[in-house]
Design a protein around this ligand. Sequence first.
Ligand SMILES: Nc1ncnc2c1ncn2[C@@H]1O[C@H](COP(=O)(O)OP(=O)(O)OP(=O)(O)O)[C@@H](O)[C@H]1O
Length: 277
Amino acid sequence: MITITSLKFSYRKRKPLFEDLNLSLSAGHIYGLLGKNGAGKSTLLKQIAGLLFPDGGKCLVMGRHSFKREPAFLQEIFLVPEEFYLPKVSIRTYVKNYAPFYPNFDESAFHSYLKEFDIPYDQQLANMSYGQKKKVIISFALAANTKVLIMDEPTNGLDIPSKSQFRKVIAAAVSEEKCIVISTHQVRDLDNLIDSIVIIDEHKIIFNQSVDTVTDKLSFKLLHQLDDRQQVLYKDSSLRGHSVILKNENMEHSKIDMELLFNAVLSNRQPIQELFN
Ligand SMILES: Nc1ncnc2c1ncn2[C@@H]1O[C@H](COP(=O)(O)OP(=O)(O)OP(=O)(O)O)[C@@H](O)[C@H]1O
């Protein structure tokens, strides 16, 4: 669905942000895009949405160069940006004006997502808080029913109950035809939601694996004592004990700890990458 090959991009000359970045994302998945501040997550999402031109390489979405922003491409992609502007109109008028750009827009789904988020339909966008506006744009994005849905830090600004509502509405909107990409620092907000993890660091994609493959190869444990015989790939020690990542040699099933995995991939990249090659 999204194929990025040898992508090069920089905002400033002699300071490349992406160099030979390669990424392939398929339909039927929810990808979590993780990276440190400034790693280039938002920039990558903008490249996919065709809001930035590559300096080299290709960014193809549904077989089309995203930077061309052809109508057939725009109808099938929706980006929920981290910072957004909504016009000073009612939700009703917003839908009337913008839904026609999306041929598969589902108005009844839009109503049900708003209901899930406790947002009354008859409201003026100008009178809403940042978090409420964000819920409107997320609901609209899901109802637009595009094949590609990109969300940049969607849970920023959402209160605690809204985060589980968010997981619920996303889970309801998933289908085999859609590719959903969500960038976040709040990995716990995406718990049980994303099925694949993509990590960007130092100009490149350094990790792109499904959660199932990760838990097949790695075992996540909380140990009270470390045993020298165990080959610990990464550990994070606290008063609770040692949160560790081990090679999953006995085919045990454990629940992925995305924060631990992220820190492990960044600090102990080579042995972890080798396990997946
Ligand atoms: N419009 C711009 N002009 C110049 N440099 C920019 C611009 N936008 C972003 N950058 C720079 O590009 C780099 C990547 O920024 P980007 O916003 O893509 O990172 P990010 O991974 O989304 O970061 P964060 O997690 O902090 O949101 C940063 O060093 C940033 O300063």
